[in-house]
Design a protein around this ligand. Structure first.
Ligand SMILES: [Fe+2]
Ligand SMILES: [Fe+2]
Length: 285
């Protein structure tokens, strides 16, 4: 089906990020940013500061630098792009925690799936002996934001998509493109771009079901997000109805040198990482 521009353009009704988060993302996208500038943006926003602090300590639990007692100390010790991951994920937590009825996801399901995938990108990279790509966690965390956009911003009816999946056994993104002319990878990428997220994060979301389509310089990141997403679903972590309709790319696995042993180790770490994040996860309960 041809894309309906009117339907697709509903993305433009997406709410903005909070002013503090948007300002932080803009400042932290600049590698030469002054720590003081970011700190002043956080000053009147204790909730965001607190969320970033807890997320940072959970994500980097094995790193001695997270012993610091304040978010400002942590921000002085990590690179701007890592701090950006905490700010952006913190800003999106309450949105992703909402239940997605069209997708059969209960409250927190998408948030847990997003966290597991974000953590999984790091773990899969580690298991495959690859360096952590910049924005690894955030790229995994935001990959399915298009599902949230579809439900709460575009008000899409997912029924014909799942009818098609059940009848033809095709993957969810393929069914979405057939029904609407676009899929949640594209809507997510467009929303992330409007919110000022770095190009790598937008492209990883766009390619998470078709990693072969990622630009050459971002192919490894796209492969990692794709495989981490698959692992998270296989482990039954918050994937809703989409979990039943996912095809993993063997090309991604080959490019990464990913094996069954790596999968077992990464899933084990995913569960462990989610355990450490349970306080952050339930802060909105
Ligand atoms: Fe997806
Ligand atoms: Fe996913």
């Amino acid at each position: 089906m041809n894309q309906s521009p009117e339907l697709f353009n509903r993305i433009d009704d997406a709410p903005p990020l909070s002013e503090a988060a948007a300002g932080l993302i803009e400042v932290l996208c600049d590698d030469d940013m002054e720590a003081g500038e970011a700190a002043s943006l956080l000053a009147g926003h204790p909730e965001l500061a607190d969320s970033m602090f807890h997320l940072a300590r959970a994500i980097h639990a094995d790193d001695p630098r997270v012993e610091s007692e304040s978010i400002l100390n942590l921000m002085n010790q990590f690179s701007p792009s890592v701090c950006l991951e905490w700010a952006a994920a913190g800003a999106m937590r309450d949105w992703l925690a909402q239940p997605l009825r069209g997708f059969g996801m209960a409250k927190n399901d998408l948030l847990v799936h997003s966290l597991a995938t974000g953590l999984g990108v790091e773990y899969v990279a580690r298991e495959c002996g690859l360096p952590r790509p910049p924005l690894a966690f955030l790229s995994g965390f935001t990959h399915d934001v298009g599902l949230w956009i579809g439900e709460f911003v575009m008000h899409l009816d997912f029924t014909p998509v799942f009818d098609l999946i059940h009848k033809q056994g095709i993957a969810v993104d393929e069914a979405e493109r057939f029904v609407w002319g676009f899929d949640h990878s594209q809507t997510g990428a467009r929303a992330l771009s409007r919110w000022g997220f770095p190009v790598a994060v937008c492209e990883a979301a766009r390619a998470h079901h078709q990693p072969g389509l990622a630009p050459e310089n971002l192919k490894t990141l796209a492969d990692l997000v794709h495989v981490a997403d698959a692992l998270s679903r296989m482990a039954g972590i918050g994937s809703g109805r989409e979990g039943l309709s996912f095809h993993t790319s063997s090309d991604s696995e080959k490019r990464l040198g990913f094996t069954t042993h790596h999968a077992e180790m990464a899933v084990f770490r995913m569960h462990d990482g989610l355990e450490k994040l349970s306080g952050w996860l339930n802060a909105n309960a």
